[in-house]
Ligand binder design. Sequence first.
Ligand code: BG6
Length: 511
Amino acid sequence: MNMNSNSAVFMIFGATGDLARRKLFPAFYSLYREGKLTDHFAVIGLARRPRTNDQFRSDVLESIREFARHEVQGDADWNRFVEHFEYMSLDSTQVAGFHELRKLADRLDEKFHVGGNRLFYLALAPELFGQVTTHIREGGLLESKGWNRLVIEKPFGYDLASAEKLNRQIREVFEENEIYRIDHYLGKEMVQNIGVVRFANALFEPLWNNRHIANVQITLSETVGVEDRGGYYDHSGALRDMGQNHMLQMIAMMAMEPPSRTNPEDLRDEKVKVLRSLRAYRTPEEVRSHVVRGQYTEGEMKGTLQKAYRAEDSVNPNSTTETYFAAKVYVDNFRWAGVPFYIRTGKRLPVKTTEVVVEFKNVPDNVYLANDHRLEPNLLVFRINPMEGIYMKINAKKPGAEGVIIPVAMDFCQSCQVGLNTPEAYERLLHDAVRGDSTYFTRWDEVASAWSFIDRIAEAWSQSSDDLHPYPAGSWGPEAARELLARDGFRWWPVNGQHEGEVIWVEGETK
Ligand code: BG6
């Protein structure tokens, strides 16, 4: 028997879907190429549609050619990798197929000396989670001598009540410590780096509180529309699709206390404390004054006319679903009292980027420099995606000019480093799941706290949609989002150094 805990039979439910093709197969290949997955593994692709092993393997090859970080090497190498992949057509509504699946898993386990470990990856619609997990148990798939783990994708529910129901269903079969809930943002290199930069630097750690920080801004802007996911998205909207998970998780990473140890539960304990400290909006009026929602209309992006959200496939032509939202959020604890966290996300915005900006408070006004000049605040910016790096904006003397102060950027561009092929979030998370490290997966109490916060907003929105602001595709979203900060005397800092056509700062340059 192979005792390597990195070995497993991976059962991918939804193996013909987009996630498997774009993320999972390429992740397996990278892990394999980098020696993080030994030869003791097997992948069983599962979906309803019939497919031969050969067809499945050529789908896997195509997906890796298109999306993987590593080029496929010669035939011999490829064949050695792909022989670990098999396909089985499965009707997940019937338990019979799960008995067959068990036989196949046992056979592959023996063939590759896996040692009984099983990882069930549900890349499926959540409505199926309950039934599939029950069938996994009834099909005898949990009766092996190794560990069993369940990896599930978002959305984890539609609100707190449905999330609780879903959780009850899967908890009937799996223990909490066997459940790995994916939030792929937590797998991103720079999101994980937030904690390191915060806690490992004497330059930042002492300043990380309401005495020195004026506000924090988190932007997740996307240029894409809803693509072929109109059916899902129209039911979900930006608040549930991005807010409940990625954005609140990033607030938690920015705001949490340093974990006292490095066990997975320590970090998750700290994150959940932040989520529980989010100030709940008490009335629909409070929601209105703290949260702005928008929906894209027709507009031009890079010379191409993009259609309105309501004209997208599978979207209700009268839809009031938000494709944008911005919110002012407070973390009510000693460290953060009074510091607004501004968050915004939207589809069809001008730039694809994820950035977190920490705006520091200004130096006292009576300092002689501040009297004579309008000093810009210091900024610390985490560039999460697609550019990875950190930059700081500080004030300095303009070279050659008498008494002129300008903001200059100290820029560390991680993704510019030659030869650095940063692992994809899914690679990292798949690797963590197989190693049994749940640090960067969301625990149930985090999910529940996040929903409690989000539900208040969703509930207020469900009462009336007259605060839904249209914004043209290619713009930075509704004007009301600008006002949200302007009321507090702040403004959104430019992402990638650009904002509403105005270039304020570009790579390596200051103005
Ligand atoms: C997903 C959302 O969770 O995140 C998508 O469902 C969104 O709507 C995507 O496009 C963004 O992820 P990334 O990694 O491209 O920023």
